[in-house]
Design a protein around this ligand. Structure first.
Ligand code: KIV
Ligand code: ZN
Length: 406
């Protein structure tokens, strides 16, 4: 159903990457950025340039390489921060400076040691400077959901007057509830936006497991951009999961009549690529991309599935890019089945790559009952690291395999 367009802002490379165990090197960030572009996200937040030279270089590289997407860089409100973000984005086709400051009294008193008036002035200056450097400026009020509402609206109004086109309402600590958040978005819409062409964005953390529910409630209340990550990675319990938000909109378009630009068949490949890069997979029962998301074990469920898949599946595995062929790979599987599965996963290894991986595969299959997709990707990476797989790129995976995927 055609409906209002929701912009998908991916922050896997920034909020996701800054969480424990999720760091990526430059080549890995560029590789994932290409997959995000493939997936169809509207905005890639590529990093926080002042945080480190690595972050600066990654933002600059993604800006140079990804030409069909907006590339955002995060900064605080000091002039030095803003100018660093602008410098990192210099080569971008569509740059966006994303500046933020906290607005809750708790953060003002204990973190920033600033008065409310000082934060208003910091906001005005940062957004004005950012607007001189980039066409598109987003302003975030960190800890918005624990901020006093009148003050929050005052800060957001100042950001809009100074040139921000997107105002982001983060639930920084994952504290809000869907009904309450939807009311907050309606208030901001009424008091700050009115009939102006200003986009409300939301950025929800998952500390109470409500990040996706809160994001969807915000969309229903008028938010037109959602910030999210692949596999829901991010600070502490993570950010709202991109794949869950997108598939909720697709499967329940009767209740959520919104459009977005995501090619849903790229969701599973994106999830797998991220897992491979950061070295850990999602929990088996993770919605949409977990290895059990489309598995049916109980006899009664299997019977229902055979009669009509709709009995127990609200979406098909193929619709999210999970290979249709659920052939179980084990120690009796041959090279052919192995090659086929790699192809289904988006890789195209050559015969010699398969030969190298196959030896490792049979050893593993002797020890493990079932071999999962994640095991196969790890085997391909391991073979490339030890040079069994011939041509390797900087990220350590066969060039032919990478080329097929991104
Ligand atoms: O969680 C948060 O508040 C953030 C902001 C910088 C957008 O990540
Ligand atoms: Zn965040």
């Amino acid at each position: 159903m055609a409906g209002t367009r929701i912009a998908i802002f991916d922050t896997t490379l920034r909020d996701g990457e800054q969480s424990p165990g999720c760091s990526m090197n430059l080549a890995e960030k560029v590789r994932l950025a290409h997959q995000l572009e493939n997936l169809g996200v509207d905005i890639i937040e590529a990093g926080f340039p002042i945080a480190s030279e690595g972050d600066f270089a990654a933002v600059a590289a993604v800006a140079r390489e990804c030409r069909n997407v907006t590339v955002a860089a995060l900064c605080r409100t000091s002039a030095q921060d803003v100018l660093k973000a602008a410098a990192a984005l210099r080569g971008a086709a569509r740059p966006r400076i994303h500046t933020f400051v906290a607005t809750s009294d708790l953060h003002l008193e204990y973190k920033l040691r600033k008065t409310r008036a000082e934060v208003i002035e910091m906001t005005r200056r940062a957004v004005a400077l950012a607007s001189d450097c980039a066409e598109e400026v987003e302003f975030s009020a960190e800890d918005a959901t624990r901020s006093q509402v009148d003050y929050l609206c005052e800060v957001l109004a100042v950001a809009v007057e100074a040139g921000a086109k997107i105002i982001n309402i983060p639930d920084t600590v994952g504290y809000t509830m869907p009904g309450e958040f939807s009311q907050l978005i309606a208030t901001v819409r009424e008091r700050v936006v009115g009939d102006r062409d200003i986009k409300i964005s939301v950025h929800c953390h998952n500390d109470l497991g409500l990040a996706v529910a809160n994001s969807l409630a915000a969309i229903a209340a008028g938010a037109r951009q959602v910030e999210c990550t692949i596999n829901g990675i991010g600070e502490r319990a993570g950010n709202a999961s991109l794949e869950e938000i997108v598939m909720a909109m697709k499967v329940r378009s009767d209740k959520l009549p919104y459009d977005n630009s995501i090619d849903t068949q790229q969701l599973y490949p994106a999830s797998q690529l991220l897992s491979e890069i950061i070295g850990f997979s999602v929990q088996p029962n993770k919605a949409i991309v977990g290895r059990n998301a489309f598995a049916h074990e109980a006899g009664i469920h299997q019977h229902g599935m055979i009669s009509n898949p709709l009995c127990y599946e609200i979406m098909t595995p193929e619709s999210v890019g999970v290979p249709a062929n659920r052939l179980v790979l084990g120690k009796h599987s041959g090279r052919h089945a192995l090659a086929l599965r790699y192809e289904e996963l988006g890789y195209s290894p050559r015969a010699e790559d398969i030969e190298a991986v196959y030896k490792r595969f049979t050893k593993l299959a002797d020890r493990k009952k079932r071999i999962y997709d994640q095991d196969l990707i790890a085997l391909l990476s391991a073979a490339s690291r030890s040079n069994d797989v011939l041509s390797c790129d900087a990220a350590g995976v066969s060039n032919t395999a990478v080329a097929a995927r991104v």
